[in-house]
Ligand binder design. Structure first.
Ligand SMILES: C[S@@+](CC[C@H](N)C(=O)[O-])C[C@H]1O[C@@H](n2cnc3c(N)ncnc32)[C@H](O)[C@@H]1O
Length: 265
């Protein structure tokens, strides 16, 4: 089965994240939470070669380094600006930075004991190719731990835009079965999938927009309106979104989280 994610070509993704590299960390509260949750799930003890796939500013590698102090750590990202930022912040020896695409990895077969990849898969047009590549570059017995987002993510924002016009304003995400099907394209010994919907609260529409823009998560789907959105439409959007405000909490936004653990035979 071919799983096709209607997302944009990698160069647009690279540009979008590259522009955010300098301020990504300031806006990445959700990404930090998810990376921490992913790291807490990893049960591998012996690691010689580790890959942080879609490393961004390098948080996952930094977070795991104390657990595997002797490991060679490679960080791969499609954005050179993200990698440059990660490199500046890195401490410790045995680290490498590689610019590349998760869908065609520039590594030999059986190179890594552990691959960690947090919130990158949803930016790849072919998750199927990512999983096949993960399988190829893992050593026998190696594990990959992946976090990604599924279809209900940002549904409140999508619904608010739907009250305004018919254009695509919010990135779309794959369904859980489609993500599972993509993982099953490669002959892993085990595939464990955990799905959880979390709600984060925002004080306003602009707070959410600032966060998404701050980390480089711009809408890159086809079907966008051309030109700027007028004042009247923005006001309509704000009203529709902020109508969901819960006293004492803020405006809820759903993140449909998926954690995947894969082991190569
Ligand atoms: C939301 S950020 C997550 C960064 C980091 N893993 C974290 O948890 O903070 C997504 C990252 O994936 C990278 N990315 C997107 N598509 C990619 C691809 N096809 N191959 C490699 N990296 C990609 C982006 O450049 C960006 O740095």
């Amino acid at each position: 089965m071919t799983v096709f994610n209607p997302l944009p070509v990698s160069s647009r993704v690279a540009r979008s994240f590259g522009r955010a590299a300098q301020h990504y960390d300031r806006h990445a509260r959700f990404q930090r939470d998810v990376a921490d949750q992913l790291a807490a799930r990893i049960s591998v003890t012996e690691v010689e070669d580790m890959l942080d796939l879609g490393s961004g500013t390098g948080y996952c590698a930094q977070r795991l380094q104390p657990r595997y102090p002797d490991a060679n750590v490679t960080s791969l990202d499609i954005s050179t600006a993200m990698l440059a930022h990660a490199r500046q912040q890195a401490t410790g020896a045995g680290q490498h930075w590689v610019c590349g695409d998760a869908q065609t990895l520039p590594f030999r077969d059986s190179s890594f004991d552990l691959v960690v990849s947090s919130l990158t898969l949803q930016w790849c047009a072919s998750p199927e190719r990512c999983f096949t590549e993960l399988h190829r570059i893992l050593k026998p017995g190696g594990q990959a731990w992946v976090s990604t987002l599924a279809e209900h993510t940002l549904e409140e924002l999508r619904a608010s835009w739907a009250a305004v016009d018919d254009y695509v304003h919010v990135n779309s995400f794959l369904t859980l079965p489609a993500i599972e099907a993509a993982a099953q394209c490669a002959p892993f010994a085990t595939i464990t999938v955990e799905n959880r919907r979390d709600r984060y609260f925002y004080e306003s529409l602009s707070a959410l927009a600032k966060e998404l823009k701050g980390i480089g998560a711009n809408n890159l789907n086809d079907g966008q309106a051309s030109g700027l959105t007028g004042k009247r439409k923005l006001q309509q959007l704000k009203s529709a979104f902020e109508m969901n405000h819960i006293a004492g909490k803020g405006i809820p936004v759903t993140y449909d989280l998926v954690f995947i653990a894969l082991e190569k035979p």
